[in-house]
Design a protein around this ligand. Sequence first.
Ligand code: PGA
Length: 251
Amino acid sequence: MRTPIIAGNWKLNKTIDEALAFVRDLKPALSKAANVEIILAPPFTALSVLAEALTDSPVLLAGQNCYPEQGAFTGEISPRLLRDAGCDAVILGHSERRQLFGETGEFINRKIRAALKEELQVIFCVGETLRERQSNQTFKVLEEQLCEGLTDLDGTGMARLVVAYEPVWAIGTGQTASSEQAQEAHQFIRNLLASLFDRVVADNTRILYGGSVTPNNIAGLMAQPDIDGALVGGASLQAESFLQIAEFGKG
Ligand code: PGA
């Protein structure tokens, strides 16, 4: 009922040539990964060339961030310009943005609303730090981040929004959440969506897991009822491992 999504977040990696080489390797093998939506989030500089290279393929493109306004904002990028460069989606609220660039829940909410207005699909990231998990704050943090990020959204906006649960302690550490830990958080998020919106919105919203996903752990994660895909960082940098993940490790 919910089409799974496998999204690759390249972060600040890959030149234009490297991005094109990845797509060349990925495209022929793509037919093997059926019934899954594949999204790539390259750096801004590679977006428009990849959009052209992917014109005859089902792969979608995402920006890794955006600013909620247009105009005199040196160094920023708007949802409208992401669309113009060929993007279908944008990742917002990533923990690296929250932690390294001081993004607040209120700011992330403004970005989400601006991106939805431009009809971009939004991959909205939430997740607790190790200290928060160890002090039993996980659900409280998830609730706060979701309530802030989703302020003033309605069912129409939610139809284009995907949540990514990314425990900060699992990102880039090689320490994945266990399938059970992830399922527990995903179920909590889905129930929270039901109380913030309604059951239909909760049941239709795709919730991705992110944090050290690899070809070896994807099958166990995808077997969980509330895990609808993955947001992949490190393992999305090689076409081969990304494809294995897109096939849920069955390769
Ligand atoms: P990782 O990154 O797969 O390298 O842990 C995930 C992410 O930050 O989205």
